[in-house]
Write a protein that binds this ligand. Structure first.
Ligand code: ZN
Length: 153
């Protein structure tokens, strides 16, 4: 198990557009394992590669619904429906939460850690998490989308 340091809002890397993953090699497997360990260690439900300083289109999530950990590489949100408001936080914005509007349902296509394509149809919290993590890949933070005040805990 190897933990990586999470970079915090204010670091310009968080505003960059992550690049697609092209090589599904051992180095990628190590990165993914480290991201999963780092997410759990910090009690997160999702973590994007850029949050550990790696500019690649990867995120991991476990929304604690019993479905376990999901690894999404080169994800593409191909369908969204409805909207929901959810009180969000982010490991890169410690001590802050705020209400964000996200799709209520979405369909995402991605590759797994071996490069095989798959699709998830998500609702509720999983849709929130996927949309939040996807935003990280394009340099967007939840604080950009907060409705009303950002609440400092
Ligand atoms: Zn985040």
């Amino acid at each position: 198990m190897a933990l990586r340091q999470i970079i915090i809002d204010g670091d310009p890397a968080l505003r960059k557009i992550s690049r697609p993953v092209e090589k599904f090699d051992d180095r990628l497997q190590t990165l993914i394992d480290d991201m999963i360990d780092t997410m759990y260690e910090n009690n997160g439900i999702g973590l994007a590669a850029i949050q550990v300083g790696i500019l690649r289109r990867i995120f991991v999530m476990d929304i604690q619904d019993g479905s376990g950990v999901h690894v999404l590489i080169n994800p593409d949100i191909v369908e969204t429906e409805g909207s929901q408001l959810f009180m969000e936080g982010c490991l890169s914005v410690p001590g802050c939460v705020g209400e964000v509007e996200r799709p209520n349902r979405l369909v995402v296509r991605a590759q797994d850690r071996e490069g095989h394509p798959f699709e998830i149809t998500a609702e509720g919290l999983m849709a929130v998490c996927i949309n939040h993590e996807y935003d990280h890949l394009d340099g967007i933070l939840f604080t950009d989308k907060v409705k009303g005040d950002l609440i400092r805990e």
